[in-house]
Design a protein around this ligand. Structure first.
Ligand code: HPA
Length: 237
């Protein structure tokens, strides 16, 4: 697919329930995943499944609203297809956001945790899965950067799994971002990630996706302000 004009230098990927659309001061075009060759439609609630080409903080961007997951039945190529498309459209820097559970005191529910490292739980449907990944950039949110543990989902973690992830040094746990980050590495693209901590793992009774979506929505405005401030610098470097 051809590069877009004005060239979108940065893509911001909005995870479960995270509303980043008000960041856009201009909108040039909007199209659903279904309009893209080889791209599956998003099925998870809270994932719109579309791209908006526009401008945020004076920077040409593409906002990706929603994403694809292994737990929807997709393979690695399908889950990471948006990265390939965005690269073809001109994007060189990726800002991934995701909803995640907090595993430690430095990442409480309501915080926005910069992802310093990603670790991945064993999963046989991801051949070539890297055990560790490191984003190229760590954005300052006021919360200490931490390690994001990727798990395949779709079930939330049991108490035993939570204890295991805590002992393994996890600060947050979620079901996305790792495959896309791996694809960025393969294609030589720059990436950063911020985990929106929607719940403290093991803090109360069973966790629902509805709770995660509501909390993600509540934290979106603060996340937008942080991203808006950092965008001009990210488009330059
Ligand atoms: N676990 C996994 N994924 C999540 C969580 C969680 O506790 N919260 C939001 N996404």
């Amino acid at each position: 697919m051809a590069p877009l004009t004005p060239r979108p230098l940065v893509s911001i990927i909005g995870g479960s329930g995270i509303d980043l659309e008000p960041m856009l001061s201009k909108r040039h075009a909007c199209w659903p995943f279904a309009a893209c060759p080889g791209l599956a439609s998003a099925t998870a609630p809270g994932h719109e499944g579309r791209f908006i080409h526009g401008e945020a903080s004076g920077v040409p961007v593409i906002l990706q609203q929603g994403r694809l997951h292994f737990y929807e039945g997709h393979d690695y190529a399908a889950v990471t297809r948006p990265v390939d498309l965005l690269r073809d459209w001109g994007v060189h820097t990726f800002l991934f956001t995701n909803a995640a559970g907090g595993l430690c005191a430095s990442a409480p529910a309501g915080s926005l945790m910069p992802v310093a490292a990603v670790r991945t739980w064993p999963f046989r449907h991801w051949p070539g899965r890297p055990e560790r990944l490191h984003p190229d950039l760590t954005l300052d949110t006021g919360t200490p950067p931490g390690c994001y543990w990727w798990v395949p989902g779709p079930a939330y973690e049991t108490p035993a799994e939570i204890r295991a992830l805590q002992r393994l040094g996890g600060a947050a746990v979620g079901m996305s971002t790792a495959p896309e980050l791996q694809r960025c590495k393969e294609l030589g693209l720059r990436a950063a990630a911020i985990a929106v901590i929607t719940n403290t793992c093991g803090a109360s009774g069973p966790l629902s996706h509805g709770h995660v979506l509501e909390q993600a929505r509540n934290q979106s405005e603060r996340l937008r302000r942080i991203l808006e401030k950092q965008l001009p610098r990210l488009a330059r470097i």
